[in-house]
Write a protein that binds this ligand. Structure first.
Ligand SMILES: *Cc1c(COP(=O)(O)O)cnc(C)c1O
Length: 348
C-alpha cells in the first residue's frame, strides 16, 4: 500500500565480490530460491549475470529464471515425476538427486542430463545415505546419458562454527567422496567461517543479499531497503496506552509517528517495543503492537513531519538482522516474507 522496497544493484555487486574474495578458486552457485530471497528475480541481475550457476528450489522458479538467462540453473529439490524430468530437461536445468525414489526417474532419461548428487552427512533433511550414494554413483557412472557435475551436502550448524556437527559432517563427506568429481558443501556461513569446506563450488545465499549469518557484518551491504511514510503524528500524555491490546503505556508525554507499514507488508508482528526504526537518520523505538497496516514509533527526541520516510530495515545502521533479533527470527524469514502489496524498485 505505502511501503517500498528498494533493491540496490551496487550492493548486490559488492556482496558478490565479498563472496568471490572468500571463495578462492571455487565456482559460485548463487542461491536465488524464494524469488531471490524476496528481492524478486527481475531485480537481481548483478547476481544472475555474475553467477557460475544459479540455484532455485522448484521448477516454476527455474522457468521464470530461464526467461532471463542462459546460465546453468540448478534445481535444488530435484524432480518427482516423469513430467518434472521432461520440464527440467526442456529448461536445461542441472538436477539435484537427493532421494532414492529420484534415482530410477533419472536412470530412465532418454536425453543427456546434468546431475548433482546430494548426500545426507548429518543434517537429516534431504540427501542420500552413504550407502545409497555409493550405489547411485555406480549406476550413474555407467549411464551415458548422465553427466555428474558435482557431489553436494549441506551443513546443519554452519552459523555456529564451533558446533561439533560441522567437523563431523565435513569428515563424513570427505570420507565418501574424492577429488575425481567436483564437490560442494559451503553455504554463506561456511564460506565465511570454514575455508576447509570450500571445494569446487560454493553456494552462497543470504550473504549475497547483504545479511550476515554472524554478529559481525563481514563488510556486507544490505541489498533491500524497506521503508514507508509517516501517515500521522500525534502527542499523547503520560499514561496513554498505544495500539492493540494496550500493551504499551507512555511513561511521559510522548510524540508518536504512525508509519504506513505493518505485518500485512511483512514487517514482523512479533517485533518488540523498542525495535529501532530509522527516521531522518535517527533510530527511534517502536511502541506497542505491530498492526496489519501500521506501526507506532516514539519520535519525541527528533524532528519529523508527515510524509517523511521511515526506514524499517536495510540501512548500514539498521540491518535486517537487527529487526530479526528484536522479533525472535532470522533475516531469511523477514526478507522472504515481504508481501506482494509492497512496491519494489531498484537503485544503482
Ligand atoms: C538455501 C541454500 C543455500 C544457501 O544458504 P545461505 O545460508 O542462505 O547461504 C545453500 N545450499 C542449499 C542446498 C540451500 O538450500
Amino acid at each position: 500500500m505505502y511501503a517500498t522496497a528498494v533493491i540496490s544493484q551496487s550492493a548486490l555487486v559488492h556482496n558478490l565480490s565479498v563472496v568471490k574474495a572468500h571463495a578462492k578458486s571455487a565456482k559460485i552457485v548463487c542461491v536465488v530460491k524464494a524469488d531471490g530471497y524476496g528481492h524478486q528475480l527481475g531485480l537481481i541481475s548483478p547476481l544472475i549475470e555474475g553467477a557460475d550457476v544459479l540455484a532455485v528450489s522448484e521448477i516454476t522458479q527455474a522457468a521464470k529464471l530461464r526467461q532471463k538467462t542462459k546460465r546453468p540453473i540448478l534445481l535444488l529439490s530435484g524432480i518427482y515425476s516423469e513430467h518434472d524430468l521432461q520440464q527440467a530437461v526442456m529448461l536445461d536445468c542441472q538436477i539435484v538427486v537427493h532421494h532414492r525414489s529420484q534415482i530410477r526417474l533419472i536412470l530412465d532419461t532418454q536425453r543427456k542430463i546434468n546431475v548433482w548428487i546430494k548426500i545426507d552427512t548429518g543434517m537429516h533433511r534431504l540427501g542420500l545415505s552413504g550407502k545409497e550414494y555409493v550405489a547411485c554413483l555406480a549406476q550413474f557412472n555407467v549411464n551415458p546419458n548422465i553427466n555428474i557435475i558435482s557431489i553436494m551436502s549441506h551443513f546443519a550448524c554452519a552459523d555456529e562454527p564451533s558446533h561439533p556437527l560441522n567437523k563431523k559432517q565435513l569428515a563424513y563427506f570427505k570420507r565418501l567422496t574424492n577429488a575425481t568429481t567436483a564437490r560442494s558443501m559451503a553455504n554463506s556461513a561456511a564460506i565465511l567461517s570454514q575455508p576447509e569446506s570450500l571445494f569446487e563450488f560454493v553456494r552462497p545465499g543470504i550473504m549475497l543479499y547483504g545479511a550476515s549469518p554472524f554478529v559481525e557484518t563481514h563488510n556486507l551491504q544490505p541489498a533491500m531497503q524497506l521503508s514507508a511514510p509517516i501517515l500521522s503524528i500525534k502527542t499523547v500524555q503520560k499514561g496513554a496506552q498505544v495500539g492493540y491490546g494496550a500493551i504499551w503505556k507512555a511513561d511521559k508525554k510522548t510524540v508518536l509517528a504512525i508509519i504506513g507499514i505493518g505485518y500485512g507488508d511483512g514487517y514482523p508482528r512479533h517485533a518488540k517495543s523498542g525495535t529501532p526504526v530509522m527516521i531522518n537518520n535517527a533510530l527511534c523505538p517502536l511502541v506497542g503492537r505491530v498492526s496489519m497496516d501500521f506501526i507506532c514509533v516514539d519520535i519525541s527526541k527528533i524532528k519529523a513531519s508527515i510524509g517523511d520516510r521511515a526506514i524499517v530495515w536495510g540501512d548500514k545502521k539498521l540491518p535486517v538482522e537487527t529487526i530479526a533479533k528484536y522479533s525472535d527470527t532470522i533475516s531469511y524469514e523477514l526478507l522472504t516474507g515481504v508481501s506482494s502489496r509492497v512496491k519494489f524498485t531498484t537503485t544503482a
